[in-house]
Structure formats: C-alpha cells, structure tokens
Design a protein around this ligand. Sequence first.
Ligand code: TXA
Ligand code: MG
Length: 351
Amino acid sequence: MDTVVKKINRKQMNTEDFAEASRILHRGGLVAFPTETVYGLGGNALDPEAAARIYAAKGRPSDNPLIVHIADVRALDVLAVNIPQTAWRLAERFWPGPLTMILQKSPAVPLSTTGGLETVAIRMPSDEIAEELIRSSGLYIAAPSANASGRPSTTRAEHVYEDLAGRIEMILDGGPVQIGLESTIIDLTTEHPLILRPGYISLEDIRELIPEADYDPAVLKHKPQENIVAKAPGMKYRHYAPKGCLTIYEGDAMAVVETINRDLEQREGQGHKCAVLATDETKQYYRADIVKSIGSRKDEEGIAARLFDILREFDEERVEYIYSESFEGGQLGQAIMNRLLKAAGYHVVEV
Ligand code: TXA
Ligand code: MG
C-alpha cells in the first residue's frame, strides 16, 4: 500500500484533502493526523474492523484500548452511559484540549475499540486539523499515538512516515505538534477520579475542579510494585523506548555530570557508542562524543516538546548507551519523568 502524505496549510485548509481523508475513514481505512499532543493514527471508532487494522498497523497488542476523538461534547451521550457531573465540568474547562476521560461505554462502542473493556476513553483535541477531520468526516475517530508499538510517540509527520509507511492510507502533515507529550488520562469510573497517565494538564489543574482527584498508585515516580496493576492497559507495556540502553541519573547537577562522565568513559573505552541527554546549563561539561541538549531547564514546555524527538535522534545515530539527566519538579515534571522512566525501563542511578 502507498501511504499518501498531504501537507496541510493551517492558514488555508483545503476541503478536498479532508474529503479524501474522510472517504478513506468511511471505507475502514487509516489516516494519521496531528493533534496538539502527538500525532494520532485514526480509524472509524465504531467500525470493529478499523480498530483491528489500527492494532495491526502499529504492531500493538489488541487488549490495549484506543482513545475515541470527538469534536462536539454532545458525543459523550452517544459514546458513554452513567456520565458523572464531573465529566461535564472537566469538559467545559479543559476541552478542546489534552485531557482524556475514561467513562462507562455505551453499546454503540465496539469492544474491539476498547480492548475488551466496558469503559471507553474519550478526548476532544484542540488541533484545528484534528477537529476538521472529525467534523468533516462526521465520525468518531479512534486513534492511538501514530508510532510503531514500543517506539517513542510521533511529534512530526516524518516520524509517522518512518514508522507506518506502507501500512496506512494517508498522513495529514500539519508540521510539528505543540505539546509533544500525550494527553492526561483521568478515570471517572471510580469513586474518586484517578489520573492514569500524567500530561500537560496537571493534577493541580484538575484539583481546582475536583479536590479529591489523585494519581492512580501505578503512576509512581519509580518502578511500580509487581502487585500494583496499571489500570491503563497501555501503561504496562515497555514504551517510548529508544533502541539504545537509557539510564537516568538523579541528584545534584554537577555530581550527575561527574558520574555520567565517569560511566560513559568506561563504556566508550569498551568501544561502545555513547551519548548524553543534557541541558543548555550543563552540556559544556560532558566529555561524550555525542552530547544533545534538550533545552534550558527554564523552559519546561520546550523540554516536553523535544523529548520524543531527541530519543529518536539517538536511534538515528545508532547510539548504544544513552546517559540522561533527570527532570523533576515544575508543572510538567511528572509527565516528562513518567515518559523518560518508561523509556529507561526504570533504570535510575541515584547520585
Ligand atoms: O494525546 C493522546 O492521548 C494521543 C493523541 C493521538 O490523542 N493518543 C494516545 O493514545 O496517546 P495511546 O493509544 O497511545 O494511549 C492511550 C492510553 C493507553 O495507555 C491505553 O491503555 C489507555 O490510554 N486507555 C484507553 N482506553 C482506556 C480505558 N477504557 N481504560 C483505561 N485506559 C485506557
Ligand atoms: Mg501510545
């Protein structure tokens, strides 16, 4: 199959491009599109066969449920039942935007879309291309992140092409995404709402509306205990992983620099290709052949936006060992560290 890439001019969107994408979706085909968080791999959410094709294209286990993307809040009443008041309040405050809500599914939603669960994940993206695709097709669009399973999520169309060319009909290229980390997921089917995946919308933001909201115990800083089961099935898989072996170093900035230099010199001495994931503040102190700055620590949004790109760059350069600084604190610290820890398989050195 040839994968058609359509460059979309955001200032002047061409209705014919969306008509073509829409025809593909109505036939059960797949279209990747930008959202404000990451690129999504879209199919008709109410077509069980489209869901099966999404799993196949990603190489993803089919017990991992998909997020259903909508453009109108009234879709909640079609897709979900027993909707709590909190859902409408969260929708009013944060939609369109990077928040996904877990609700009890209605019979309209096939089990193949929800990975066999009786709950459904729903989100209204704010990206105008995503919105136009949903509106013009008149469909609800099931879309996981548009990456091959296990690889870092995609933040630009070139990365989607790299992972999925030949497996999907079309990619709408809207340039680099805005946020670069996937949406915050909140489960509203439990007594107290729980965050299953941290994202751009923080627990503090949500607590302004729902003071009793909390993190699910599986969203811990470090490796979850064996006996805590991740409620978002996707969180149990190895994720976001670069091909090289990634280790995170935590502690005082200059002590981290020294320890990383020591460890990487040993590896380089054994003939391995090593790289450091550094910041503007520290990059000049590292002695590795490859040192990449993810940006300034003062610009947390910039760090979030560059994380998946930088992990892919290490792959392109065939790096075998990656040494990374840690990024706690701040509004986005939880979300950034959640992805970085998974990418590292929770391999952390405390300095
Ligand atoms: O920002 C995003 O959310 C992006 C864009 C494309 O919208 N999508 C995304 O989808 O990240 P995906 O499939 O890569 O991640 C969805 C996560 C998975 O961890 C999945 O297990 C969880 O949401 N999930 C989906 N439905 C669920 C449900 N009913 N209950 C619990 N977790 C669910
Ligand atoms: Mg994903």
